[in-house]
Design a protein around this ligand. Structure first.
Ligand SMILES: Cc1ncc(COP(=O)(O)O)c(C=O)c1O
Length: 445
């Protein structure tokens, strides 16, 4: 029995199975930049960045140093009662980075999920309206509020209803909804009509508090909303005094080649949620927003014992400095262009690649049946396993989409090596050499 198997066997007796989306039977032991080692010492190039939560790479020395120094001084005192130096400094740094003009304030949280819950509370309190509008394909988190705003997995909503009332989901204009005969403009027009439909039939706009969107959906498949569609939604929101919030938990902090994914659209949100990579993967999230909205609730309306904790705040201060000093936003954009060129070239060679979307070091590659061109979960699963066997970690989204999100510090050499691994897997697939693992039906979302 390998050390991976041994540890998984121990854990398997005690850990609730529902807490892990199953892929490869490994135990992560250590990490350095874009490299990972499992418990047997086998090395992998990380193409997932811990679900986009380690944009600065694994155990970045500067982040490690900040965490260590802070831990020696003070690990925790609850910000719910008293301020701490590190979080105080971080509030100034982070609000200054917000893609919002005018006075900005923030709230701390422990996860992307609770940050999105906070947005729901704030919007309802500020507008004194009850309804929240979100999009199909969205993932905003696993707490009741964020989950009620999400629409990406049946298992997440099964058996636990009722969900939070007053949340209306409208169709996200993803490329799979576009008809072959439609131009982009016709598609956007039709999708915006679908967006308007609830507002014209049962949802009074003057009772809607908030529209919450991932401008580039992450778990939905790395899909960018058509800019003209988002502009229409934004104009509609402004016209009806509906707040406009963007979830940057997955796509923020340089992931898309800009600090925030909303910067691809030139629109100014009222509220922004951020988490995951904010503290290089330590549990810290935040809601950034127009000061008057953040002041819509009275203490102790939304606080947590550990949110804004000194160690996570120290990690976040160091993380933001690393992103700036190492120019990771530009790096994401430039290396993303290399990745786009690689996958687009592969698309010409391999008839099972349906679509390639790449925004920074951040991509979704659709795997389809070569004949029917329909999504092929089987081929995607075979591919991620072949890539894993050859030394890189990559998972799938929606069953058939390859998720490409390496740490932004990945070196060019590591990236080229990853491309070689992926190409070898594509090639093996083309030659019909790949097979499904035995437990294939248990894998993925
Ligand atoms: C866009 C988005 N929002 C929110 C979340 C939830 O974040 P967390 O898992 O930290 O609660 C995620 C997690 O994948 C996400 O991708």
């Amino acid at each position: 029995m390998s050390e991976n198997e041994h540890l998984l066997a121990i854990e398997g007796q005690h850990l609730a199975t529902q807490s892990r989306i199953k892929y490869f039977d490994i135990v992560i032991s250590s990490g350095n930049g874009a490299l990972l080692k499992d418990a047997t010492g086998r090395e992998y190039i990380d193409l997932l960045a811990s679900a986009s939560s380690t944009n600065t790479g694994h155990s970045h020395p500067k982040v490690v140093q900040a965490i260590t120094e802070q831990a020696k001084r003070l690990i925790q005192y609850t910000p719910a009662y008293f301020a701490n130096e590190t979080a105080a400094k971080l509030t100034a740094k982070l609000t200054a980075l917000a893609p919002i003009s005018g006075p900005v304030k923030l709230l701390w949280g422990n996860s992307g999920s609770d940050a999105n819950d906070a947005v729901i509370k704030l919007a309802r309190a500020y507008t004194k309206r009850q309804y929240i509008v979100t999009f199909t394909g969205a993932y905003h988190g696993a707490t009741y509020g964020a989950l009620s705003a999400s629409a990406v997995s049946l298992n997440m909503t099964r058996k636990i209803g009722p969900l939070l009332p007053g949340i209306i989901k409208v169709p996200f204009p993803d490329p799979w909804k576009k008809k072959d005969y439609e131009t982009e403009e016709q598609f956007v027009t039709r999708m915006f009509e679908e967006f308007l439909h609830p507002f014209e039939t049962y949802l009074p706009p003057d009772e809607v508090a908030l529209i919450l969107i991932e401008p580039i959906q992450g778990d939905g498949g790395i899909v960018k909303v058509p800019p003209t569609f988002l502009e229409k939604v934004y104009r509609f929101a402004k016209k009806h005094q509906i707040l406009f919030a963007v979830d940057e938990v997955n796509q923020g902090l340089g992931r898309t080649g800009k600090w925030w994914s909303i910067e691809h659209f030139g629109l100014e949100p009222d509220l922004v949620t951020v988490g995951k990579s904010l503290a290089s993967g330590l549990p810290l999230s935040a809601v950034l927003g127009r000061a008057e909205i953040l002041e819509a609730l009275d203490a102790p309306a939304h606080l947590f014992t550990t949110a804004g904790n000194p160690v996570t705040s120290a990690a976040a201060l160091a993380t933001l400095e690393v992103i700036e000093e190492e120019k990771l936003v530009t790096r994401s954009k430039e290396l993303g262009q290399l990745a786009e060129a690689f996958f687009k070239q592969a698309q010409k060679t391999y008839d099972f690649i349906g679509d390639v979307r790449m925004y920074g070091l951040n991509g979704g590659i659709d795997i389809v049946d070569p004949v029917t061109k329909k999504p092929s979960q089987m081929l995607a699963t075979q591919l991620i396993f072949a890539i894993f066997e050859r030394g890189a970690l990559m998972i799938s989204l929606r069953g058939n989409i390859l998720r490409f999100q390496p740490p932004l510090v990945i070196t060019k050499a590591q990236l080229q090596k990853a491309f070689a691994i992926i190409e070898a897997a594509f090639n093996a697939q083309k030659q019909g050499k790949l097979t499904l693992p035995q437990n294939a039906t248990e894998l993925g979302w």
